[in-house]
Design a protein around this ligand. Structure first.
Ligand code: BGC
Length: 724
């Protein structure tokens, strides 16, 4: 039979140097050739991932593999030095029969050693270009340290801030997650995966993990097919289009079929419809957990269900290594399924260039390079959101002689790194206190008092804090969360700060001094008691290693804040879930509470600047247009204040009626631009009806309906009509 690649001379394959070792041969042919030479056992080993060495994830201290076979497909690598990787890779290349390289993975989520703000913060920058740059730094540091593959980006749309993993994604909006997803994939993977500075990306956690009930981790999720397509899948589709090499299946049970054994999501959608040709790795131990979820009687059945559903690699369940051979013998898993899975894994390894360059050279000075630190400062600054700046215009601080820096986050580097801090070190961090000293130290006197710990009942530090505040002209009060309060397995039943921190704020505020509240946290907070106590509130999130510097730059006015919220801040925990793009109610309002306001504290898109921006009326190149016509909507935006500032212009669509009801508003486009005082920019949204006005039904079929659409920008609306 003729080969699809047209190769007729197979002498290579039989020769001493088989085709798969020949760089000049196209990757797909090399993969085919190798696959043809592998035994079933060798194939099965490619579908397993173990850990190599110490695991730094407390949630995943699993069964340690003492004797790692030279044939192993993948290892999780916890070191920053490539030596151990190279030693293991030598074994794989030299001691396994076919010399297949191992792919080494690691969770470099928001930086490897140069730690950037958490992803939720990055989303508030509205600057995907900068996010892409940060990801490429992370990729370079990772690859040079022996890591070929990062388990990032996390693109789980999340609307329950009790869930600790809101910190890891890009907020509550599907479109925003999709845009950042594509940017980060491009940042990680660069132009070619085989560069020595890029890594394979991994879209996770596929899919619907963000729909966690009551904000609890790992639990059942109720996701209707319509919501799956409208809300949870779009970021994944964007990531696949951007070329993401791999995905990670999710822990959650999606309305009765767990993510790690779900043929609809993994095979039908990802492989058949989206034509993804890389592979899926399970989340840690997720195949074994199918037993606990009640889908499989034992680990063996779990292995069959997962592989047959389209899950190629087993992360630490020991389900594939122990049971696949037997399942093949029993006819419960076909060899063709195994071959397809192995082909996908080998393809990614081939694309990474691992067959040709399996070892990592030891490059000194690869961490914390000045240009990378600059990105860390810029991204931290752009991620910060000025939530409040009262009528006395507290910020920026000008001519203040005495500054009190108070609070449990003021002199605390570690917690500013956030969860999943990679190989970040507390010593690398510019703390808030250090940032203020650097920014104001020449002209002002600065005193520090911790006041209290992040949690607990110890008020013994209050007196010193109050004395310090009494002495000062302004108090910078640094409150927030420990890095352990968000991330995996870090849910909170209340998103308010612990009482001790609120009490400290209350007592300080009674002194009548201007109070600037600086918040460092990994999720939206309940601020209804703290808000009246502060004159200004700056949300800095967990801003990474340059957080203190960026925060102080905003306080002084050296930097004009430009962040806007990518996730709603509820008025109280009881409002959760509350997000801007809810579907409409029959009564035309969002439903009222008897006891509290129905409005959130700070909505999606909220964020103040030191300057003012005025929006003109939006206009359209055409208000009536046809399906195949592209039109342009424009709005003039003027900086009417006296300070240079950047404005993120957010474009929403609202559809008054549709055969499948739509949310009140949906973000469809955004752009951020810096404007000098007095400068006007005409901002544009180029509408492609099929891309921007179509929707998917519950089976993912895209449709475009004629009729009325509204484009909304900064609350101003223009009506458009789509005709046949
Ligand atoms: C997490 C993943 C992570 C994996 C490997 C899991 O527990 O859910 O996000 O990539 O561990 O560390």
């Amino acid at each position: 039979m003729a080969r699809p690649d047209g190769i007729t001379d197979l002498s290579h394959i039989r020769a001493k140097a088989p085709l798969y070792k020949d760089k000049s041969v196209p990757a797909e042919i090399r993969v085919d050739n190798l696959l043809g030479l592998m035994t079933l056992d060798e194939k099965i080993m490619q579908l397993n991932q173990y850990t190599l060495g110490r695991n730094n994830n407390a949630n995943n201290v699993g069964e340690e593999v003492v004797n790692i076979p030279a044939e192993i497909g993948s290892l999780i690598y916890f070191d920053t030095d490539p030596a151990l990787r190279n030693a293991m890779q030598h074994r794989a290349m030299e001691e396994s029969r076919l010399g297949i390289p191992v792919i080494f993975g690691y969770d470099a989520i928001h930086g490897f050693r140069t730690v950037y703000p958490i992803s939720l913060a990055q989303a508030c920058s509205w600057n995907p270009v900068l996010v892409k740059k940060a990801c490429s730094v992370s990729a370079r540091e990772s690859r040079m340290s022996g890591v070929d593959w990062t388990f990032s980006p996390m693109i789980d749309v999340a609307r329950d801030p009790r869930w600790g993993r809101v910190a890891e994604g890009y907020g509550e909006d599907p479109y925003l997650n999709a845009v950042y997803c594509a940017a980060s994939v491009k940042g990680y993977q660069g132009k070619s995966l085989s560069d020595s500075t890029t890594v394979a990306a991994c879209l996770k956690h596929y899919v619907g993990y963000g729909a966690s009930e009551a904000g609890r981790d790992y639990v059942y999720t109720e996701v209707s097919p319509q919501t799956l397509w409208d809300t949870y899948l779009p970021p994944y589709e964007a990531g696949v289009k951007a070329g993401a090499a791999t995905l990670m299946s999710s822990f959650n049970d999606i309305s009765g079929v767990p993510g790690s054994a779900n043929p609809y999501t993994m095979t039908e959608i990802l492989k058949n419809r989206w034509r993804h040709d890389g592979f899926i790795v399970s989340d840690w131990g997720a195949i074994e957990q199918l037993k606990n979820q009640g889908l499989a009687a034992d680990k063996k059945e779990a292995a069959a269900r997962a592989l047959n559903a389209g899950l190629e690699m087993d992360m630490m369940s020991h389900a594939y290594d122990r049971h696949l051979a037997e399942l093949v013998a029993e006819g419960k898993v076909s060899e063709a399924t195994i071959d397809d899975a192995v082909r996908r894994v080998l393809r990614v390894k081939m694309r990474l260039g691992l067959f040709d360059n399996p070892y990592t050279p030891d490059v000194p000075d690869r961490f914390l390079r000045p240009a990378d630190l600059k990105i860390a400062s810029e991204l931290a600054a752009e991620s910060m959101v000025l939530l409040k700046n009262d009528s006395t215009l507290t910020l920026p601080l000008r001519n203040v002689r005495r500054i009190a820096v108070i609070g449990p986050l003021a002199d605390n580097g570690k917690d500013l790194l956030g969860n999943w801090l990679g190989h970040g070190q507390a010593e690398d961090v510019v703390t808030l206190r250090e940032g203020i000293a650097g920014e104001f130290g020449k002209d002002s006197e600065i005193r520090y008092a911790r006041g209290c710990a992040l949690d607990g009942h110890d008020r013994s530090g209050f007196k010193a804090a109050l004395d310090t505040a009494r002495w000062a002209d302004v108090v910078v009060l640094c409150l927030g969360e420990s890095l352990r309060w968000s991330g995996e397995n870090a849910s909170r039943s209340s998103i308010a700060l612990p009482a001790i921190q609120e009490q400290l704020a209350e007592e300080i505020s009674r002194l009548g001094k201007p109070v600037v509240l600086v918040l460092a946290n990994g999720r939206p907070l309940e601020l209804n008691r703290l808000e009246p106590l502060a004159n200004a509130i700056l949300e800095i999130w967990q801003p990474g290693i340059r957080g203190g510097e960026a925060m102080a730059g905003i306080l002084s006015g050296r930097i004009n804040p430009s962040g806007k919220l990518a996730i709603t801040f509820p008025w109280s925990t009881g409002q959760i879930p509350v997000y801007y793009n809810r579907r409409k109610s029959g009564r035309g309002h969002q439903g009222f509470y008897q006891d509290i306001t129905s409005e959130p504290m700070y909505p999606f898109g909220h964020g103040l600047s030191y300057t003012t921006f005025e929006y003109g009326e939006p206009t359209a190149s055409k208000t009536e247009f046809r399906r195949n016509e592209k039109i342009k909507v424009s709005v003039p935006v003027t900086n009417t204040g006296d300070m240079t500032g950047a404005e993120a212009v957010l474009w929403f669509i609202s559809d008054p009626y549709c055969s499948i009801t739509r949310p009140v508003r949906e973000l469809k486009h955004f752009e951020k631009k810096t404007l000098e005082p007095g400068e006007t920019a005409v901002m544009e949204f180029n509408i492609d009806p099929w891309r921007d006005l179509s929707y998917v039904d519950a089976d993912g079929k895209r449709f475009l309906e004629t009729g009325e659409y509204n484009v909304i920008v900064n609350g101003k609306k223009i009506s458009l009509k789509l005709t046949e």
